[in-house]
Design a protein around this ligand. Structure first.
Ligand SMILES: CC(=O)SCCNC(=O)CCNC(=O)[C@H](O)C(C)(C)COP(=O)(O)OP(=O)(O)OC[C@H]1O[C@@H](n2cnc3c(N)ncnc32)[C@H](O)[C@@H]1OP(=O)(O)O
Ligand SMILES: N[C@@H](CCO)C(=O)O
Length: 357
């Protein structure tokens, strides 16, 4: 279900920040809210907490994307843990975003929505956790954009929010690299190239958004996966020129169209910009020293076929964070392996959580 400006209103609760929220950029959101979901019960000390962070286009409805990991006896064991999943600030899934009304104009922010960093999202989530009575996080887990948030939590206890006792960053690195910013930029350029981006507020740059999602879908998988799924399959037998209806073309077009039901171009531009802000060393010193300052147990997970966040980035995290462990999951799926290989991810999460106080 979407509201009048296109924001998704999925199930969950809403946290409202008390007063204006100042962003890293110095800009101020006069009102800031976050959608979140919880599962299980909080213990009286507020310490049996697992925080699970979603990726770029996900939401706080954890059951809808890591469902086979959530429930009694599963990785996110709701008999033992109070599991919290919070939306990203700037996401159209119920948090303050470009689709929200700017109180100063009475109109949706649109392109004037301020620049939010991954650290801003985590800082606001920290306020949400405090409001729930959370004093300490047993672990923070997330893949991709969720992994970037997870890495920021390694510093929250020292800087803001509840203490973090362990972390499981998956399929991400210590900062967004030139490669990843380039792929984000390519997607934004597809949106900017849509003639409707320059008209009015830009909400109607739908063709651009479709193409952006198609570019994303290529980067989330691998040549092996595309070969296995589509190969040279074609409808109608025509293989020459623009008459060729390749199965892969039809798949990408379908994914692009489907995406319009749950995202808008402005939010997509802003969220990819937020990912590009990811750099745990910003303002904290040299990366080597920043990683070396991490003292909590950390399980780093990579996917061996991930071309977007390649394994060497997880190896760098492992080399930098003292005593951390790296597990590389074998999968042809590529980056999306963190969503598709739930059994393998679960196994490692369970083992690691059992080893943590
Ligand atoms: C609504 C939500 O998902 S929001 C919940 C949170 N989501 C997230 O966190 C991530 C977003 N989701 C994703 O990235 C993906 O859906 C994943 C990774 C979770 C799952 O991927 P997969 O299961 O491998 O799906 P896959 O990429 O094969 O796409 C399947 C779809 O393509 C369609 N399809 C497959 N081949 C073709 C083709 N040749 N032509 C047209 N359509 C095709 C299928 O019919 C199917 O359609 P459906 O989704 O309407 O059922
Ligand atoms: N499939 C994921 C990839 C980004 O990590 C998403 O759409 O959010």
């Amino acid at each position: 279900m979407k509201d009048e400006y296109g924001a998704m209103s999925d199930a969950g609760d809403t946290f409202e920040h008390d007063g204006p929220f100042t962003l890293e950029s110095g800009e101020v959101l006069s009102h800031a809210q976050l959608r979140y979901n919880t599962y299980g019960s909080l213990n009286p000390a507020g310490t049996n907490v697992l925080l699970v962070n979603h990726a770029l286009t996900g939401n706080s409805d954890l059951a809808s994307w890591w469902g086979s990991m959530l429930g009694p006896t599963l990785a996110f064991d709701t008999d033992k843990y109070f599991v919290v999943s919070a939306n990203i600030l700037g996401s159209c899934y119920g948090s303050t975003s470009p689709t929200s009304v700017d109180p100063s104009t009475g109109e949706p922010y649109g392109k004037s929505f301020p620049s939010v960093s991954v650290r801003d999202t985590v800082k606001l989530q920290g306020k949400l956790l405090e409001s729930l009575g959370v004093t300490s996080l047993k672990s923070v887990v997330g893949g991709s954009f969720g992994g970037m948030q997870t890495l920021e939590y390694l510093f929250t206890g020292q800087e803001f929010g509840p203490e973090t006792r362990s972390a499981i960053p998956i399929a991400c690195g210590s900062h967004h690299t030139g490669w990843q910013i380039g792929i984000s930029e390519l997607q934004r350029q597809a949106i900017y190239a849509d003639p409707d981006w320059a008209k009015g507020e830009g909400w109607n740059a739908k063709k651009g958004l479709e193409v952006a999602r198609q570019i994303g879908m290529i980067s989330y998988r691998t040549s092996q996966a595309y070969e296995e799924k589509f190969g040279r399959g074609v409808q109608g037998g025509k293989i020459y020129g623009s008459d060729a209806e390749w199965d892969v073309k039809s798949y990408l077009e379908y994914q692009g169209r489907k995406f319009l039901d749950r995202f808008d171009p402005i939010t997509y531009v802003k969220l990819t910009e937020q990912m590009d802000s990811h750099d745990i060393s910003r303002g904290r010193g040299e990366m080597k020293a920043v990683l070396n300052s991490v003292k909590v147990p950390t399980l780093i997970v990579g996917i061996d076929s991930d071309v977007l966040y390649p394994v060497h980035e997880q190896e760098s995290l492992r080399d930098g964070i003292q005593g951390s462990e790296l597990v590389v999951v074998n999968s042809d799926a590529g980056h999306d392996g963190f969503l598709l290989e739930q059994e393998e991810v679960s196994k490692n999460v369970i083992r690691f959580l059992e080893s943590i106080e």
